[in-house]
Write a protein that binds this ligand. Structure first.
Ligand code: HEC
Ligand code: HEC
Length: 232
């Protein structure tokens, strides 16, 4: 199952990266020390890295690559600062250092680039290997926690979750009349039926793989129960 991620055609990676091209335009000449946006970095990490890496603060559980808390705990304890950790992360993403000769267990290069890479590196450098770190607590109970941990709130407004994102539709309005099956399809296959007036390819198409089935059901139930309920 996890291996399949690695054998995905290059075109899929390239399509996933096409989005970040927009953000790159104005960034030529940015220094390595430039500090990225850690909240956005968290969201990108969950989508692009969490399938292969454990990182407690991101609540990700991938096992294909090393546990990044374990990888940086020692370095942090022996005095490595966040800037240096960010540099290590950037170097690894730009030019993954293989640990074996088996191409099935290596990290694909350039999963994120430019400003996106700054954001991911800044985020990882702040949280990886910090003793006792936990994911933040999100409003709305167990379903709200799944919603928050997966970064849904950065793009969607949902009153029960306390989120105000505007990149995607306001879910209080959009989901008021929808069945569990319709909501599930929107989450796991966002391009199957695109909401009129919104762009395709912006909502990550990977939630069907990255959210475990139990959490996905909790999330769908939560969305059904909370959509619109605070406005009525
Ligand atoms: C398809 C699985 C996969 C994905 C996705 C992935 N990695 Fe990796 N990563 C690995 C593997 C495997 C290694 C071990 C080194 C190698 O063989 O390339 C690794 C190693 C690393 C290391 C070095 C850890 C150490 O012990 O030195 C860092 C840092 C890292 N990855 C960060 C990231 C970040 C940041 C992302 C997202 C942009 C990411 N990885 C996405 C599989 C992955
Ligand atoms: C990067 C921004 C982004 C993130 C993150 C995101 N979405 Fe979306 N979402 C969108 C956009 C844009 C649309 C409208 C286009 C489409 O339908 O694909 C959308 C559409 C939807 C719809 C369909 C709404 C309708 O009108 O029927 C649902 C449901 C949804 N998202 C739920 C979620 C959930 C749950 C998460 C977290 C697991 C999430 N989204 C994460 C951007 C995002």
């Amino acid at each position: 199952m996890a291996r399949r991620i690695l054998s995905r055609p290059r075109a899929a990676w390239r399509a996933a990266l096409a989005l970040s091209g927009i953000a790159l335009a104005g960034l030529a000449g940015c220094g390595v020390s430039e500090t990225g946006n850690s909240d956005r970095g968290r969201q990108l990490f969950v989508q692009k890295c969490g399938t292969c890496h454990v990182l407690k603060q991101a609540a990700t559980t991938g096992t294909q690559g090393p546990d990044l808390d374990a990888a940086f705990a020692q370095a942090r304890a022996s005095g490595m600062d966040s800037d240096t950790i960010a540099g290590v992360v950037k170097a690894q993403v730009d030019n993954p250092r293989p640990t074996t000769d088996d191409p099935n267990v290596s990290m694909p290069p350039h999963l994120v680039t430019g400003g996106d890479l700054d954001d991911v590196a800044t985020y990882v450098s702040k949280v990886a290997g910090v003793p006792g770190i936990q994911p933040p607590a999100f409003a709305g109970g167990p379903g709200g926690q799944v919603f928050g941990e997966n970064g849904c709130g950065s793009c969607h407004t949902l009153k029960t979750a306390g989120s105000t994102g505007t990149v995607g539709p306001d879910l209080d309005t959009a989901l008021a009349e929808q069945s569990a099956a319709e909501i599930k399809q929107s989450i796991t296959d966002p391009n199957a039926k695109v909401t009129p007036g919104y762009p395709t390819g912006v909502m990550p198409a990977t939630f069907g793989q990255t959210i475990d089935p139990k959490d996905l059901n909790t999330l769908i139930k939560f969305l059904q129960q909370s959509a619109g309920s605070q406005g009525k």
